[in-house]
Design a protein around this ligand. Sequence first.
Ligand code: M6R
Length: 608
Amino acid sequence: MCGIVGYIGKSNATPILMEGLSRLEYRGYDSAGIAVREKKAIRIVRSVGKLIELDKKLKSNAPVGTLGIGHTRWATHGRPNETNAHPHKAGPVVLVHNGIFENYGELHRYLAKKGHTLKTETDTELACHLIQQRLYDGLSMEKAFFKALSEIEGSYALAVLHEEEPDRIYFARRGSPPLVVGLGEGENFVASDIPAILSHTRRVVFLEDGDAGILWRDRCEIWNLSHKKVRRPIKTVNWSLSTAEKGGFKHFMLKEIFEQPRVVGDTLSGQLSEKQRRIYLRGVDPLFSGNGSFPFDKIYLVACGTSYHAALAGKYYMEEMARLPVMVDQASEFRYRNPILDRKTLIVAISQSGETADTLAAVQIAKEKGAKVISICNVVDSAIPRGSDTTLYTRAGPEIGVASTKAFTTQMVMLLLMALRLGRIRQTFSFGDETFDALVKLPKQIQRLVEIDLRDLAEKYAHSPNFLYFGRGIHYPIALEGALKLKEISYIHAEGYSAGEMKHGPIALIDRGMPVVVLAPQDKTYEKVMGNIEEVRARGASVIAIATQGDKQIAKKCQDVIYVPKAPWYITPILMTIPLQLLAYHIADHKGTDIDQPRNLAKSVTVE
Ligand code: M6R
């Protein structure tokens, strides 16, 4: 996830671009840059780090001109450094990009053969060279732009300038990255999100998947990717700036819950080839091949907080699919005991931020003891990936809400893909069309779940001082995560337990009306879970069941039921997570707590 902004008008572009980027910094903040057309040429200024670093650079010598594009980066291909920062340039073509080009390798080989030398590690630079190549082939800039778009596979939002065309910005949107056009008086804008342009205009066009166009000072034209004209409605937005920054949602947490269909889709598409119906773990596969035989005899999953819950679920995936012993540790414990590690141990360190001090220390200890480390992380080139042998990046985009939501579901997806891949390599789990279809369907199923309205249910239980969450098997970690979400943001005391443990103590807590959230999928544990529901009901609990669509029996036994679609056992825990996030969110919202920045918590825990 990156932020892009473009301006064409009569005013100086630099401050407009910088203000726009400051409103988009939530989308990425590892480097930033602008390109402004001065009298005869385009001047590019870029800087690594947050926008303030770019601002410092511009203080002494900012470009002046009435046309420009800018970018704030969240690295996917290539480390966050100044060379990889956008805008990129090839000949007269200057470009900013949000998204991922999937046929990177193919384009790279083609352009190398044509004599292009790439200066950066980014996929973005390829697009500049591809357009430049089409200009060499004799096409006009407009035709070269559309030709290049037809050759690029993947998802993108783009804004492009041609050095000798001072009167236009080219733009395109394909797949998930958003892009809006803002229409002013004698000036126009293009941006990843409304806040970037809100102080200049409220008249916007939300571009659709496959839209591409040209912005002049006084007009905008839009085509589809086959270069056929399309018409899009102009809308007037009445949002305040702070509402706009949250995409119209009341809190970042809710926005991030709603982003899950997209970011889960992005995380899947990074590792799946839909054409070949195969999973690739890019960058990680070589670690599994050893000298012809599988090189590891055990796996440790190490993490903290929500990431630890993902690790607990990952154990079920990996033991079932890869048939390897898997140990799960809280990083804060792992670092102070004496775990048995050697060259045949694989450590998987899971962290959204990549900065958590305990997880980082665990990685360092594991490396010292000769183990191989793969990290699953959301922040490119952060400390944990840098300390690991290799990294699988989730593509959740920046998570602003302190309570982790989309990071968790994307971690679950990555652990599932890893288990499936290991199962294939070790020939312990056969993965056919049914599994592939289930993965591809997942974003749509999540979309249906985020739309469930749980406000009334939340209001009903918001005044309860205690909650219990029960689950069995892989749903036990999901119960833990549900309880953590509730306590973090609503300050209600909540505990997660494996349903089988209930009789060994927690049942003593149950009193009349106590809410008990039970994860009750129709799997091999179903009858046992139904037994647990009877037991807590008999003691007066109010049961909120998360159950499989079509399960009528459960509705008769519980006060409230939230249904999730029927899916294979490895998909259901991801689906069941969504109503738990929403329940916690709406209870906290009803109580009026500070949801995005709950008391006493920090987004990344970089100290012990
Ligand atoms: O960035 P990390 O995934 O390493 O963070 C780990 C925990 O600090 C984090 O998951 C924390 O528990 C969140 N507040 C959970 O919502």
